[in-house]
Design a protein around this ligand. Structure first.
Ligand code: MN
Length: 234
């Protein structure tokens, strides 16, 4: 193939204990998947089920990388989340078979321009500028399910400069991992390389340049980012 520009490199994520990396195809995200977080966002989880949105695959930010404070926001938020890495294709997946489609799990951080998201919600506009900026998809190493098993419960937490801001349990998800895979696969054919951010517990809040943000999940280790100075341009 002759191309008009140099083709982009396929984004990928490190895999614990392996030299080979996990190539990323798409990044899907679940919003409002913990009841307490629904309430802190002024939402009633009894009335409105969780939702899906997505991020570009090249928005990934690995463990130890710096996140330059993004442009066009004055309220950058962290969101600690479990990330599911899909290893086998499927559509309309039965929840009972969903775990067979999971390659592994990682700690994630769904960075968000909260001010832009609030404005978008108010006006019924898309969330892309709030959720899809460069570096918005923090992700730690993927732990294969063949090694760590399938995660159904366990602490999920986040600290800013050593002070705890979020603490939840994976068992408190409104849609559990099989339920997410079943529902998402009625909208999109899932393929190997897809990542799914599964939502954040209560306690979301702002970070500013110089802050050190650490997210962690029992059995999956931690994910650390320093928030850097704003850059010229986007
Ligand atoms: Mn989120």
């Amino acid at each position: 193939m002759t191309a008009y520009v140099v083709p982009a490199v396929v984004p990928s994520v490190a895999v614990a204990g392996e030299a080979a990396r996990f190539p990323v195809r798409r990044i899907y995200c679940v919003g409002f998947n913990y009841a307490e977080h629904n309430r802190e966002m002024g939402r009633d989880p009894q009335k409105d089920p969780p939702i899906f949105f997505s991020k570009p695959a090249d928005a990934l930010l690995a463990d130890g990388e710096e996140l330059p404070y993004p442009s066009r926001t004055a309220n950058l938020h962290y969101e600690a989340e479990l990330v599911v890495a899909i290893g086998a294709a499927g559509s309309r997946i039965d929840p009972a078979a969903a775990h067979q489609h999971v390659y592994g799990y990682a700690v994630g951080n769904d960075y968000t321009r909260r001010d832009l998201q609030s404005a978008a919600k108010e006006k019924g506009r898309p969330w892309d500028t709030a959720k899809g900026f460069d570096g918005s998809a923090g992700i730690g190493r993927i732990h294969p399910a063949a090694v760590v098993g399938h995660l159904r419960r366990g602490a999920l937490w986040l600290t800013v400069n050593g002070a705890e801001r979020q603490r939840g349990d994976l068992a408190d998800m409104i849609w559990d991992v099989p339920g997410i895979i079943a529902e998402l696969s009625t909208f999109f054919a899932l393929r190997p390389g897809d990542l799914i951010y599964t939502g954040t517990p209560a306690g979301v809040g702002p970070v500013t340049p110089g802050d050190v943000v650490v997210a962690g999940i029992d059995g999956l280790g931690t994910l650390t980012h320093r928030i850097g100075a704003a850059r010229a341009g986007a």
